[in-house]
Ligand binder design. Structure first.
Ligand code: NAD
Length: 260
C-alpha cells in the first residue's frame, strides 16, 4: 500500500526544494519526519507545515558531511521515536562551477564531501536501526551523474552524482539480506534554490565555452523545469510498499531531458 502510517522517516536537505516537498509528502501519508538541514530557520517552517497535518516532526540542524553529527542526529530520531524506516539522503550543493584547470582541490573536496561522503554517512549510521525489520533508502543523484551533462564546469558535481549511483547500487546488494531497499533518483532540472548563486555571470563562467541552458528550454515534456512536488511523488512511491520489488534502480525523473 501507499500508506506510511506508523513509519519514521529522515530527510536530509529538508529545508528547501526537493527535500522540503518530499518531507511534506511523506508526512501526508502518515510518516513521522526528522528534518535534517544546515538551515534550521527554514526547517522550522517545514516543521510547522507538517504539524499542521497532525503529524509529528523534529529538526536536527546537522551538517551531513560531519560523521559525528550525522550519527548523533540519527540517534536522536531513535531516542525520540524508537525506530527508523525511511531514509531520504538528499542534501546537496552544486558547489563551485569552474573549468577543471581552475578548480581548486578544496573546491573539489567540498562538493564531493557534501554530496557523496554525506550519502555514505547517512546510510552507514541508519543501517543498525533498520536491519532488523527492513526499510527504504532513497538517494538523490542527478541526470548529471551519467546521462546528461548540463554544462561544462560541473566536473566535481557530476563526479559526486555518479559516485552516489555506484554507492546506491552497492548498498542495494549489500543490504538486500536485511530487506532494506536502496534506490537512486535522477532528476533533471527542477525549480529549486540550488542554482541561486551557481550560474551568475562571472569571469570563470565566461571561460566556459558551452553555454549552460538551465533550467529552461531543454525539457521535451513540459518545456520547463520540473517542480519539487513531482519529485516528491516519486520519493513517496519508493518509500512505500507499493515499490516492494524495486531496489538498486536508477529512476529518471526529467521529462526526457536526458535523452536529448
Ligand atoms: P535546495 O538548495 O533547494 O535544497 C538543498 C538543501 O540541502 C538546502 O536546504 C541546504 O541547506 C541543504 N544542505 C546543503 N548542504 C548541506 C549540508 N552539508 N548539511 C545539511 N544540509 C545541507 O536544492 P534541491 O534542488 O532541492 O537539491 C536537493 C538534491 O537534488 C541535491 O542533492 C541536488 O544535487 C539534487 N538535484 C537537484 C536538481 C535541480 O535541478 N534542482 C537536479 C538534479 C539533482
Amino acid at each position: 500500500s501507499n500508506s506510511l502510517e506508523g513509519k519514521v522517516a529522515i530527510v536530509t536537505g529538508a529545508s528547501s526544494g526537493i527535500g522540503k516537498a518530499s518531507a511534506i509528502r511523506l508526512a501526508k501519508e502518515g510518516a513521522k519526519i526528522a528534518l535534517v538541514d544546515l538551515k534550521e530557520e527554514n526547517a522550522e517552517s517545514v516543521k510547522r507545515d507538517i504539524e499542521n497535518l497532525g503529524v509529528e516532526a523534529l529538526i536536527t540542524d546537522t551538517d551531513v558531511s560531519d560523521p559525528k553529527r550525522v550519527e548523533e542526529s540519527i540517534q536522536r530520531v531513535i531516542d525520540t521515536w524508537g525506530q527508523l524506516d525511511i531514509v531520504f539522503a538528499n542534501a546537496g550543493i552544486n558547489g563551485k562551477v569552474s573549468p577543471i584547470e581552475d578548480l581548486s582541490a578544496n573546491d573539489w573536496d567540498q562538493t564531493l564531501t557534501t554530496n557523496l561522503k554525506s550519502t555514505f554517512l547517512t546510510v552507514k549510521y541508519a543501517i543498525p536501526h533498520m536491519k532488523n525489520k527492513g526499510g527504504s533508502i532513497i538517494i538523490t543523484s542527478s541526470i548529471n551523474g551519467n546521462r546528461k551533462f548540463t554544462g561544462f564546469g560541473m566536473s566535481a558535481y557530476s563526479s559526486s552524482k555518479a559516485g552516489q549511483m555506484a554507492f546506491g547500487k552497492m548498498a542495494a546488494l549489500e543490504l538486500a539480506k536485511y530487506h532494506i531497499r536502496v534506490n537512486i533518483i535522477c532528476p533533471g532540472a527542477i525549480s529549486t534554490n540550488i542554482s541561486e548563486n551557481t550560474f551568475k555571470e562571472n569571469d570563470e563562467l565566461k571561460k566556459i565555452q558551452i553555454p549552460i541552458k538551465y533550467p529552461e528550454g531543454n525539457q521535451p515534456l513540459e518545456h520547463k523545469a520540473g517542480e519539487p512536488e513531482q519529485v516528491a511523488d516519486l520519493v513517496q512511491f519508493l518509500a512505500s510498499d507499493a515499490s516492494s520489488h524495486i531496489t538498486g534502480s536508477e529512476v529518471y525523473i526529467d521529462g526526457a531531458e536526458s535523452l536529448l
